[in-house]
Design a protein around this ligand. Structure first.
Ligand code: GLG
Length: 832
């Protein structure tokens, strides 16, 4: 500690954060001249972005320090959110908004000779996630800070985020996303925090010198260091700043000296590269599991480092182990961090010497598990051999956990072999697998789904046998949400400002139910006109994005119909594009004079990445682009229909796309989309939805009212029967869809061979996603959309009423529910 007599000076100079334009300017110039070693003569937009970010970051760090100090001093319970993905997007604009200094910064950079918009555009997306699951984690940590909850995120600092998508001749091509090309002002490298993580090796039994009892010990084979990088997470309307800690892998020794001395220079570096490869790249699969060893290595590396950190922090409090769950809550974002259950049990028994049962009770009280999908192909299962080679001691512990669990089940349900084999952590297959979801359920005190329907479905389908074992109280629901700071205020400043002008300021941004107050203005024509004008301005902005990324000019007066999300058969972009083809065929078949009275001019907008190895998804992208090139160049059609695929859909593009939609499509086969979160983003920005009765669409309908959403399609409860019908060969393909298929097969949209498998999936291979069953109903709903869109004033009314009723979908509400029902943590606000 610093001697008392020296502390005066510390106090005098400590924590001088700026609070006005002058203060910001002086920080900015200082950073340009010293941090960046540039000057007034060579300060470009990149340097201006970095100087701005560094200035803001300094401010955040001051608050970060205070918040962390407060939490430690008050010795409060913390929530640790473990997620292999944090799809953060850009940080600067968000920080300016949360700190409520956006106007100040805009003025200052303007006085310094820059435009804030240009500076913001320089920042690369932090794209450390695939889709909804990763973006949910990002919204949640924003809400944790905003709600003053003591909480940290733990993730991996991938050097390469999700690939960037190029469209070449209509096909997806992948390019690496090296987002750290320029130094990243939003991370604080904590190079002094280096946690050794072991892999491989073997286990032995040793005598504990203290107790004389024998115990298991893991002798690791390979050791790698986890280095901490901290990302301060500001809250809105609070000075609370939480931490997102991301681990980066590093070799224990820079290189192998012995090999070097023996003249083997190349090989001496091999180990270093091996170590660094662990956090090199994010796996680009969404809702799909692929059992790669490096992925398991990533998972253990991250979990071991994070738990080591959490346990170290707990030990400093000098509390007895039994109080661990009173101080620590850990949420497992999907099964990816399930090894944490095993690792904590190992730490408590092997390293801390606790009895098995005492340790296990601590483990169970600590963890909660969130399930994000019911689809079989997404559930993680690790082959026992691979697992045991990489983590020999953990495999033993998994077997012991499973044994104790199965004994409990056997006692409760004697002789129920079927039950035992379905709930067992070990799948008795060839080869044997470890079912991570089963382990996560057994190791947690609460399991939640992410929307009402989904949480019901997991109880009735994949986890029904666990309901039998534990009762249904262990299972709960927390419907997903989104942060209105990024998804309204940042993405749609015009609409956010209009709302603020009616609701008495921006207070609604962290009390989103206040939006309800907008309903009273629905019948105010002036208000509706302003509302509509903002939508048009946002569509104009989206049209500019479309022009610059696809070269296609679209008319902002057309109906903008958007489907942007990962490309996946269950999300049914194929249903959408088949519908577009149908529309095109209908247009062509209608006499010219009647076309404009029969059809609303429309732009069909697609976007989204396909996993690099997902052939069918890539075929869908190609079909969209092929249809686009035919339709867009058809002189007969003109503005009546345009079809575009916006390449490289990511968070910052979503911020332009969501505010610019009239209609967005959330049309998954009922029962397959756990929640969806972009549905919420679109409605919050005044767009309407066409959708199936699936995921959070159900609750959006409940909130905004049935008149304000276009629902269609079969219900989840009927899906199984329909699939059965298909398998019995009793498929019926409606005539409309036959016509679409014929058009494709005739070569109207390019070489039909490429699309054959897509059509055959529907015609001959069981139509697993029920495209044929829902097609007519989809066309009906689209027809209704056209009719409603013509009634301009009514459409605006629907838009306003919908936004007014979106309060429920704030991620602040989610975090409150988690805090109360699962984590048992309280907010704590730093008083300034
Ligand atoms: C999953 C699901 C989405 C869900 C998201 C967040 O597929 O339906 O909204 O998690 O819970 N992999 C995902 O994106």
């Amino acid at each position: 500690a610093i001697p008392l007599k020296c502390r005066e000076i510390w106090k005098r100079y400590g924590a001088n954060e700026f609070s006005d334009v002058d203060g910001f300017e002086s920080q900015f110039v200082k950073h340009v001249e010293t941090t960046l070693a540039r000057s007034i003569y060579n300060c470009d937009n990149l340097a201006a972005y970095q100087a701005t970010s560094n200035s803001i970051r300094d401010k955040l760090i001051v608050h970060w320090n205070k918040t962390q100090h407060l939490h430690t001093a008050k010795d409060v319970k913390r929530i640790y959110y473990l997620s292999l993905e944090f799809l953060m997007g850009r940080a600067l604009d968000n920080a300016l908004i949360n700190l409520e200094i956006r106007d100040l910064a805009a003025t200052a950079v303007d006085e310094l000779g820059f435009r804030l918009e240009d500076i913001l555009e320089v920042e690369p997306d932090a794209a450390l996630g695939n889709g909804g699951l990763g973006r949910l984690a990002a919204c949640f940590i924003d809400s944790l800070s905003t709600g003053n909850y003591p909480g940290w995120g733990y993730g991996l600092r991938y050097q390469y985020g999700i690939f960037s998508q190029k469209i070449v001749d209509g096909y997806q091509a992948e390019a690496p996303d090296y987002w750290l090309r320029f130094s990243n002002p939003w991370e604080l490298p904590r190079l002094e925090i280096q946690i050794p993580v072991d892999f491989y090796g073997y286990t032995t039994t040793v005598k504990d010198p203290q107790t004389g009892k024998s115990k298991k010990q893991w002798n690791g084979g390979e050791q790698i260091l986890a280095v901490a990088y901290d990302f301060p997470i500001p809250g809105y309307g609070t000075s609370n700043v939480n931490n997102l800690r991301m681990w980066s892998s590093k070799p224990t020794t820079e290189f192998d000296f012995q090999k070097f001395n023996e003249g083997d220079y190349q090989d001496s570096l091999a180990q270093q590269q091996r170590a660094e490869s662990i956090t090199a790249v994010l796996y680009p699969n969404d809702n799909f599991y692929k059992g790669k060893e490096l992925r398991l290595k990533q998972q253990y590396f991250w979990v071991a480092a994070s738990l080591h950190d959490i346990v170290r922090r707990f030990i400093k409090t000098k509390r007895p182990w039994d109080q661990f769950p009173d101080q620590v809550a850990i949420q497992l974002n999907d099964t990816h961090p399930t090894l944490a259950v095993v690792e904590l049990q190992r730490i408590l028994t092997d390293l801390q010497g606790l009895e098995w049962d005492v340790a296990w009770s601590i483990v169970q009280r600590t963890f909660g598990y969130t399930n994000h999908t019911v689809m079989a192909e997404a559930l993680e299962k690790w082959p026992v051999d691979l697992f045991g080679t990489l983590l020999p001691r953990h495999l033993e512990i998994v077997y012991d956990i499973n044994l104790a669990f199965l004994q409990m089940v056997e006692k409760k349900f004697p002789n129920d072999r079927g039950l035992l084999s379905s709930v067992s952590v070990i799948e008795e297959s060839q080869p044997k697998n470890i079912r991570m979801a089963n382990l996560a359920i057994i190791g947690s005190h609460r399991v939640n789904g992410v929307a009402e329907l989904h949480s019901q479905l997991i109880k009735q389908t994949i986890f029904s046998d666990f309901v039998k074992v534990y009762g249904s109280d262990k299972f709960t629901n927390v419907t997903n949400g989104i942060t209105p700071r990024r998804w309204l205020r940042q993405a749609n400043p015009g609409l956010a400002a209009l709302i603020a002008s009616k609701l008495g300021g921006y207070g609604y941004l962290n009390d989103l139910n206040k939006l309800k107050g907008l309903e009273q203005f629905v019948e105010d024509p002036g208000f509706r006109a302003e509302w509509a004008a903002i939508k048009t301005a946002n569509k104009t902005k989206l049209a500019a994005l479309i022009a610059s990324t696809t070269g296609v000019t679209v008319n902002p007066n057309s109906l903008f119909d958007v489907q942007v999300k990962r490309i996946h058969e269950y999300k049914r972009q194929q249903l959408n594009i088949f519908g577009v083809i149908w529309r095109y065929l209908q247009l062509k078949a209608t006499p010219k004079a009647e076309r404009t009275t029969k059809f609303v001019p429309k732009v069909s907008i697609f976007g989204g990445k396909a996993a690099p190895g997902y052939y069918t998804a890539k075929t869908i992208i190609k079909l969209v682009n092929s249809v686009g090139s035919v339709v867009n160049s058809d002189p007969e059609i003109g503005d009546l229909l345009k079809v575009v695929f916006i390449p490289d859909y990511n968070v910052s593009k979503a911020e332009v796309i969501c505010p610019g939609s009239d209609l967005s499509e959330h049309i998954s086969t009922a029962g397959t989309e756990a929640s969806g979160t972009s549905n919420m983003k679109f409605v919050l920005n005044g767009g309407l939805i066409i959708g199936t009765v699936d995921g959070a669409n159900v609750e959006i309908t409940r909130e905004v009212g049935e008149d304000n959403i276009f629902l269609f399609g079969n219900l989840a409860e009927d899906v199984e029967d329909l699939r059965h019908e298909h398998h019995m060969g009793r498929s019926h393909i409606p005539d409309s869809l036959v016509q679409v298929f014929d058009a494709i097969s005739s070569g109207q949209f390019g070489t039909p061979d490429e699309f054959q498998s897509l059509l055959d999936g529907v015609r001959f291979h069981g139509d697993h996603y029920l495209v044929s069953d829902d097609f007519e109903s989809y066309l009906e709903a689209q027809k209704l959309v056209d009719e409603e869109f013509r009634k301009k004033e009514d459409w605006v009314r629907k838009s306003i009423i919908s936004v007014a009723n979106m309060g429920f979908f704030s991620s602040d509400r989610c975090i409150e529910e988690y805090a109360e029902n699962i984590w048992n943590i309280e907010p704590l606000e730093e008083k300034v």
